[in-house]
Design a protein around this ligand. Sequence first.
Ligand code: MG
Length: 375
Amino acid sequence: MGTNRRNFLKNTALFTLGGLALPQLTYSNMKGRFPTPGLKLTFEPYDLQLKHVFTLANSSRTTTPVMLTKIECDGFTGYGEASMPPYLGESQKTAGRFLTALNLTQFTDPFRMEEILEYVDEAAPGNTAAKASIDIALHDLLGKIMGQPWHKIWGYSPGNTPYTSFTIGMDESDVVKQKVDEAAPYKILKIKLGGPNDKEMVATIRSATSKPLCVDVNQGWDNKEKALEMIHWLKEKGVEFVEQPLPKNRKDDHAWLTERSPLPIIGDEAIQRLCDVQDAVGVYSGINIKLMKCTGMREAHKMINLAHASHMRVMIGCMTETSCAISAAAQLAPQAEWADLDGNLLISNDPYEGVKIVDGKITLLDRPGIGIREI
Ligand code: MG
């Protein structure tokens, strides 16, 4: 007879002895005596309110739909999030459908993360943000059970985090100036180009600040020769790197550009998951890793290692997200050359607080898991 079974019978027997002061069988004193119940997943849709209308090369919006997740086990709760900007194809409806179909109660040991996340990844193709919402919640849960933040578990030095860039959207000149003022604490500003008035936009920013800039074209340029000419001009204007200048499927043109460009060329839309990293070698100088594209912290960690082993640099980026997904991504920031983790700073209804930006630098907290608290 196994120990668990003996204990079970002993406790059951005690309960049958009426009239004695008996220990109650509570969940905490049952722990270790009975099989742990499986992981409990819950989720709810939430709409992020943006402080400013967010304008990209071909769309603009004032809200971003997200799904907030929780995984509970052994009295611990891990928090996760799926952020789903509409142009990426996921929605609260698709995430709800994906998460409902999962059966995490079959897993009784949350430390079997590889097994659990493989199951989640294989449940359906795509759904990368929904998958990330499970991955983040599971990491948060495990970190809390271990009592350590993930940057420590991975062995990273928290002081090695980069400065984060802060995005200034395309807008009228006076609004841009106001946004630059609001961005006073940030050391590097990111601007979105790829529209008809790129030089004008840079000139407007430059009339308001002399801070270093980085540029995200979001595939908005069409011609590699013109792109190279523009990049030379941008270098003179104090730009430090250029993200996804040409359409993502134009691999040869990006390789041509990267070879000649005076500034690093970073792949973003072209690089989604671990399997894309190898394809980026010789095509880009670096890659932009985002949890919502790559299914979460587990795969992002692998991508960073592979990119560095392939002599590419790494930017850790984000969508518009709450402090949940941002704090999760920030755990990886000590290993990244650049960070673009401003998604939570662009919203007015963040339900969590977590990683802080102090004088523009990502400042990790010594809190277990991903280090967030509900507000
Ligand atoms: Mg980008």
